[in-house]
Design a protein around this ligand. Structure first.
Ligand SMILES: Cc1cc2nc3c(=O)[nH]c(=O)nc-3n(C[C@H](O)[C@H](O)[C@H](O)COP(=O)(O)O)c2cc1C
Length: 352
């Protein structure tokens, strides 16, 4: 039976209002990205992966990833690590910070992570992977979910033997990105494996990988029986892509809309990361927003050379003057500033 993308579904007791999940992406999934994703129809959004060791050591930047806004929920915060007790401790902090779901990363293929025994390495260490899930599930009362790749090597089907054991250990939902760790992002996601996974477990499965259009989303849902699709790269600088998947709305946004969304994104990111960090962080977003034939290429190059974010804003408004009205309307409809932030419990900062 074909699932309607607008139908609500559940992970444990958490109701998710649509079948579209915004992917966790390191260096991308800041609060502004997640709030925007929710506004454009994502039913569930995810933080980027957060180091459990960083949380354990009270690293200030890592703790910053636990800042959650009221209007981005339901939200999953993803953690990575390989020590069950340290992962359990991190999960408790995530729950206290207000996340609706704790997600565990068993898919990251990046050396810096895999060499510590975390991420995709755990696909090859099923016993440890199960101990991690069990420890985390015992430590928190919110649902615990796991995001996996297919295995380490090309053609691996390791995810299929591991998945039922993860569910037994306490996973309430699984997301599969059916590429191997070795593949990184090359080739294509083999969703026949997602269909196999769905037939093996009785928890909702989310299909991740190469979901770029409504046609693709519907065919993957029909072919796999997955509960939802996850969208990553197609949403970078392109929240309209989410709307296309949900509603089949194919009209390109106007230049004014693009600039207004980008400036709002910049302002929120500055508030979250501070001007200094945001300046470098935002550069990749200029190309993502202004590309797709929306603006001449030279504009992106020009923006990345400007010294301050205020200069970028001014240049963008010069390129699309009407954007200031779209932006004003947008800002009016949004909760502003501190009122959207849930307070982090003092215990997270050690009372200091
Ligand atoms: C820049 C980038 C960062 C990513 N970071 C994470 C991450 O922190 N955690 C995770 O589980 N997956 C991460 N992924 C994988 C995505 O969540 C997703 O599974 C993958 O990109 C395939 O989906 P797509 O084809 O829709 O992009 C990342 C992907 C990209 C492109």
């Amino acid at each position: 039976m074909q699932v309607n993308l607008h139908d609500a579904w559940h992970i444990g007791p958490v109701e998710i209002p649509s079948r579209l999940v915004l992917a966790p992406m390191a260096g991308v999934s800041v609060q502004a990205f997640r709030r925007q994703g929710r506004r454009f129809g994502a039913g569930l959004v995810c933080s980027e992966m957060v180091s459990c060791a960083g949380l354990h050591h009270g690293n200030e930047r890592t703790l910053g990833y636990l800042r959650i806004a009221a209007d981005e929920r339901p939200l999953a915060v993803q953690i990575f690590g390989s020590e069950p007790s340290v992962m359990a401790e991190a999960a408790v902090m995530v729950e206290q910070a207000g996340a609706d779901i704790v997600d565990i990363n068993f898919g990251c293929p990046v050396k810096k992570v895999t060499k510590t025994g975390a991420g995709a390495t755990l696909l090859d260490e099923p016993d440890r992977a199960c101990r991690v899930v069990e420890a985390v599930a015992l430590a928190v009362s919110v649902p615990v979910t796991v995001k996996l790749r297919r295995g380490l090597e090309n053609g691996s089907r390791a995810c299929l033997s591991l998945a039922p054991r993860l569910v037994e250990a306490g996973a309430a939902s699984l997301t599969l990105h059916p590429r191997s760790a070795k593949q990184m992002y090359t080739g294509s996601a083999d969703h026949t494996l997602t269909a196999d996974l769905v037939s093996l477990v009785d928890v909702p499965v989310v299909a991740s990988g190469d979901i770029t259009s409504r046609v693709r989303a519907e065919s993957v849902l029909a072919m796999t029986g997955a509960a939802a699709v996850m969208v990553g790269r197609a949403a970078q600088g392109n929240p309209w892509g989410l709307r296309e998947i949900l509603d089949g709305e194919t009209a390109e946004p106007s230049r004014e809309e693009v600039v207004a969304e980008l400036i709002l994104f910049m302002r929120e990111t500055v508030r979250e990361l501070g001007e200094h960090r945001a300046t470098g962080f935002l550069k990749k977003f200029y190309g993502w927003y202004l590309g797709r034939g929306r603006f001449p290429r030279a504009l992106k190059a020009e923006l990345t050379q400007l010294p301050a974010i205020a200069d970028v804003e001014a240049r963008l408004l010069a390129a699309a003057p009407g954007a200031r009205f779209v932006l004003a309307r947008l800002e009016e409809t949004l909760p502003q500033g501190e009122e959207v932030l849930l307070d982090l419990p003092i215990s997270i900062y050690g009372g200091g």
